[in-house]
Every structure is written in structure tokens, then in C-alpha cells.
Design a protein around this ligand. Structure first.
Ligand code: COA
Length: 535
């Protein structure tokens, strides 16, 4: 009865064009991901290997259970900034001895693994995810501490890193540090704050000040090992709980520590679920290259939910937003998906009601974005679009069930907020390569700027002659280009406005992993506690 049908014609020219455009964007994405994988580049990678050390991702691979997925987070952090893509750190969620753990690993091939402003943002986001979902965390440490030239951006806010570790510990969420190399000055507080500490013999260096600093401060002569070597910390200071013979041994010991955490998820895993009836590969051909052309999000839902079974709520009302119940990898979800781009009053009220229902039933919500925002114009303002949009934003803000967001296409204006954009704290937010997000579309924004500039010139009594028109056209083109580039997923991902840009074909798997992660922590929907709904 509630099985979705499909109208997608995989033999049509439209499908082929959409698919070709999406594959081209995926190629661009792969090239950027390759930069993150390359870390500090060949020279530093080679040097690192010659020292007999494993790379950050190799350490993670040896830490997690064989043949299990690793959900990497924020791989494009720092994209478009002055710092290397990836932000000198790898973060993600992996299974260790069957336990879903948050894992962070410094990349010592990028400026000695030093933390720059984007590393900090990436680490903070990882901690936030770990804390919200009650994931034990494992920190694979080898870092030159603060990236000294950017210290003004990181020294003061960076202190929160240590606060987060101890707050996790206080909340009963285990923290494990494995020290492979340098972990000095502020970095020494990573092992200092963790519940469990493993250090690699003759490699770990954990001190507040190295030999030159000690000499400067007190005149004392000292060496690395006696100041902060693994043996010293294991035998004398007691900072290290376990001494590892080498890197492999350290990772083995980390797995042993996790196996003894006696960690239990808040909820049992659901039994294996039925896959969608339609091919997930077809998700490549749904979103048009030109986002002005609408597409039916039910075609997407049909390819990500269990058995393509979607029980639509209010299908005849507020039809520009599809809402309904489904399950994904066995977890119940309420789905809100933009169907025709614009959100009107009816859609907003329907969303608010749907979100309340999900809260009454303790069902997580999935937001699938393709919206140009709330409808503007005389008729709509007079019809109360602001108060109805506010109603939806109120419901999203005060909802207490976990939220997941996927930006498939447009995510503009307050529509981004109502659909649980980044500032509304979805547990996870991913974007497809086809996504675009900004305060409004580039053409509209450039047009608005131009009208405002002309009105301002007219108010000053300046003429709008040919020369002014030419300057106006040039400005519009420039602004349009700038906004276009700032709306693209790689730019937004670089700024940590999402948790990653994913291949549409991986959506079901990624959301399934997220739902599994979410069910580590108990949650309860809001039974009341919403703000005043303006009727
Ligand atoms: N800030 C900025 N750049 C740093 C850095 C830091 N904290 N640590 C290292 N780098 C840079 C180096 O200048 C070098 O750049 P270059 O290759 O362009 O010359 C590159 O990263 C690699 O460093 P290098 O010293 O060659 O690597 P290493 O593996 O032999 O040693 C460290 C790594 C971390 C042990 C060493 O660089 C070091 O002691 N750094 C300073 C640590 C420190 O005191 N930090 C302040 C803590 S708050």
C-alpha cells in the first residue's frame, strides 16, 4: 500500500544528462579528497616512512575491526583556506572490538602535525559528535602542538579541547590517548586528560617544555627521554598506563583497552533490513544540473529507505514538502523532503505538526534539502508566511529527537534553517556534490545588490547613465560569480558547514551508519517545551 512507485526513466536524455553532470562533480570531489589523502605530500610522507612510522590513516586502519566501515568526517576541512586540505588531522567513526568509537589522528606529515585554526574546528566538531552520541574516543597523537604562526587564532579557543576531553570523561564516556610521537606543551594535556594512555617506546615525547625551553626557563640541562619519554612516563611519572614496544603494539593495546570498557549501546541493533526496491545507483540521475528545475524527492526516498516503503503524511496538503514515515536500515525515521523548492504557509504548518508527532513517538527525523526558501510576495506576507515559517523553525529548534540533514540540491535562505541546517544542530549533516547553499541564489543576490545600489545613487541625486549601467553590470557579474563559488559544497565543507560531501549512491549506507551511531545515546522526544507557536 505504501510502496513508492518510480517515474524515473533511465533511458531518457534527462536522466543521462543529470548522471553525467553528477559524475563530473564526483570526479572533481575525488581530486580534492586525494589532496587530503596525500597529507603533507611525497617528501614528508617519505621521510615519515623512513623513520619507520605509520601514516595517520594506516594507524586508523590497524585500529579498527577488519572489513568494517570507517565513516570519515570533514575530510575537506580547510578547503579554500591557506592551509592544506584535511587540516592536518583525520577524524571519523569506526568499530573497535565491535564498539563504535570516535577516532582522531594527527597527520604528522603536515607541518609536523601542528594544529591550525581549521584543525581546531575539525577536532571540536569531532568531539561534539562524540559527546552528543556518547561514543568512546580514541586519539592517535603525534603533533607539533599549535601551528605557531597562527597561534593568535588558536591559543585561546584551543583550550576547550582539553575541557571537552575531561567533560566526556565526567559524562562517563571513555577517552583513550595513544601517543606515537610529539605531544608537547598544550598537547601534553591530551594524554593528561584522557582516561587511558598508551605510549610508544622511544617515540612518544610528552613534556610541558622540551630541553631548550627548560634550559631557558630554569637553566637545567635535560634530554628528551628523561623529560617526556614513554619509559619515563610508564615507570616514573605514571602518566602512561601502558608501554608499547612499537606502533603496532600500541594499536593492539588500544583495542584491548576498548574491549575491556564494558561499553553498551543505549539501544540494541535492529535486525537486518530489506534493501530499497530500486537501484541506489540511479540516485546519480535524479538531481538536474540546473537546480531551477524541480525534481521529485520521492525518487530519492525510494532509493534510500527500507523496501522503498514510505507512508506519506498529509500527501494532499502542503504538497511542496513531502513528509512521511519510513525505516532506514531498520531504524524508524520521519522524513521531510522539499518537493517543489519553495516553502509556503501550508508546508510550514505541516512540517511543524509532523515534527511534533515525531517527538511524541521518539522517532528521529531526516531532512532532505532542495529548497529556495520561504515564499515571498504580498499575498504570502499577508497570509502570514513569517509566522508560519517561524512555527516550523520553532518546531525544529525545540525538537529533541535526533536530526539528520542531507543537502541534495538547493538549501537557500531561511529554508536552510527550517530544514535543520547546520546552525540547528543536526547530529550529522552531509551534502551531495549537487548541493548549493547561501542566503539566496547568486543571480537574486547580485540583482538585489544592484537595485539597492541604484536606489542609493538616486537618493544622492547621481544619474544612472550608460557608464553607471556598465559598472552595474560588471558588479553584478562579479558578485554573481563570488556567491556561486561560495555556495558550492567544497567551499562549505572546507568551512566545516557540513560533515562531508558524499556520493549520492552512499547515502543509505552513510545514514544507516549515522543512525547506528545515534543509538549509542538514549534520547526522548519533546513532549512539550516548544516555544510559543504564533498561530
Ligand atoms: N608550527 C608551525 N610549523 C611547524 C610546527 C609548529 N608548531 N612544527 C613543525 N612545523 C613545520 C616545520 O617548520 C617544518 O616546516 P618546513 O619543512 O617547511 O621547514 C615542518 O613543519 C616539519 O617539521 P620538522 O621539524 O622538519 O619535522 P619533524 O618531524 O622532524 O619534527 C616536531 C616535528 C613537531 C617534533 C618539531 O617540528 C617541533 O618540535 N616543532 C615545534 C613544537 C613546539 O614546540 N610546538 C609548540 C607547542 S604549543
Amino acid at each position: 500500500m505504501t510502496l513508492l512507485s518510480t517515474a524515473l526513466d533511465t533511458a531518457s536524455p534527462d536522466y543521462t544528462a543529470h548522471r553525467t553532470a553528477m559524475l563530473a562533480k564526483l570526479d572533481e570531489l575525488a581530486a580534492e579528497h586525494a589532496k587530503a589523502l596525500a597529507g603533507g605530500g611525497e617528501k614528508y610522507t617519505e621521510r615519515h616512512r623512513k623513520r619507520g612510522k605509520l601514516l595517520a590513516r594506516e594507524r586508523i586502519e590497524l585500529l579498527v575491526d577488519p572489513d568494517t566501515p570507517f565513516l570519515e568526517l570533514s575530510p575537506l576541512a580547510a578547503w579554500g583556506s591557506d592551509y592544506p586540505v584535511g587540516a592536518s588531522m583525520v577524524t571519523g567513526i569506526g568499530f573497535v572490538e565491535g564498539v563504535e568509537c570516535l577516532i582522531t589522528a594527527n597527520d604528522p606529515t603536515v607541518r609536523g602535525g601542528a594544529s591550525n585554526p581549521w584543525t581546531l574546528k575539525k577536532a571540536f566538531r569531532a568531539h561534539e559528535i562524540g559527546h552528543a552520541n556518547r561514543l568512546p574516543s580514541i586519539h592517535l597523537v603525534e603533533s607539533g602542538g599549535a601551528d605557531l604562526p597562527s597561534q593568535k587564532e588558536i591559543f585561546i579557543p584551543g583550550g576547550a579541547l582539553f575541557k571537552h576531553l575531561t567533560q566526556s570523561s565526567a559524562a562517563g564516556i571513555p577517552t583513550v590517548a595513544v601517543v606515537f610521537g610529539n605531544s608537547t606543551a598544550g598537547g601534553a594535556y591530551v594524554p593528561g586528560m584522557c582516561d587511558h594512555v598508551i605510549m610508544v617506546k622511544e617515540r612518544a615525547k610528552v613534556f610541558l617544555g622540551g630541553p631548550p625551553l627548560v634550559k631557558m626557563a630554569t637553566g637545567e640541562e635535560s634530554g628528551d627521554e628523561e623529560l617526556g619519554g614513554a619509559e619515563m612516563h610508564a615507570r616514573t611519572s605514571g602518566l602512561a598506563d601502558y608501554l608499547a614496544a612499537d606502533e603496532h603494539d600500541a594499536l593492539r593495546q588500544a583495542r584491548r583497552v576498548v574491549s575491556r570498557l564494558n561499553w553498551r549501546k543505549a539501544y540494541e541493533n535492529p535486525p537486518p533490513a530489506e534493501p530499497p526496491k530500486y537501484d541506489e545507483g540511479e540516485l546519480l540521475g535524479i538531481v538536474p544540473g540546473d537546480l531551477k528545475i524541480p525534481f521529485d524527492p520521492r525518487e530519492v526516498i525510494a532509493r534510500i529507505v527500507d523496501g522503498s516503503d514510505f507512508d506519506e503524511f498529509k500527501p494532499l496538503y502542503g504538497t511542496s514538502l513531502a513528509t512521511g514515515w519510513a525505516s532506514l536500515h531498520g531504524y524508524p525515521v520521519g522524513v521531510l523532503a522539499n518537493a517543489q523548492g519553495v516553502l509556503f504557509s501550508a508546508e510550514s504548518q505541516k512540517a511543524a505538526q509532523f515534527i511534533q508527532l515525531a517527538n511524541q513517538r521518539d522517532i528521529p527525523l531526516l531532512f532532505l534539502h532542495n529548497t529556495t526558501g520561504y515564499m515571498v510576495g504580498k499575498e504570502y506576507e499577508q497570509g502570514g508566511i513569517i509566522k508560519h515559517g517561524a512555527m516550523m523553525i520553532n518546531a525544529v529548534s525545540n525538537s529533541r529527537v535526533p536530526h539528520l540533514s542531507v543537502l541534495m540540491g538547493a538549501s537557500y535562505g531561511a529554508g536552510h534553517y527550517g530544514m535543520c541546517g547546520r546552525a540547528y544542530d543536526p547530529r550529522f549533516l552531509f551534502a551531495w556534490p549537487s548541493a548549493k547553499s547561501a542566503v539566496m541564489g547568486p543571480q537574486q543576490l547580485a540583482g538585489v545588490l544592484s537595485i539597492v545600489a541604484r536606489q542609493s545613487a538616486a537618493a544622492k541625486g547621481l544619474p544612472y547613465d550608460d557608464k553607471a549601467a556598465e559598472a552595474d553590470a560588471a558588479l553584478r557579474a562579479m558578485v554573481e560569480q563570488q556567491i556561486e563559488s561560495e555556495s558550492l559544497p567544497m567551499f562549505l565543507s572546507g568551512r566545516l558547514y557540513d560533515d562531508g560531501v558524499i556520493d549520492p549512491r552512499d547515502t543509505r549506507t552513510v545514514l544507516g551508519l549515522c543512525l547506528s551511531v545515534i543509538h549509542n545515546a538514549p534520547y526522548e522526544g519533546a513532549r512539550g517545551g516548544f516555544g510559543v507557536f504564533r498561530m
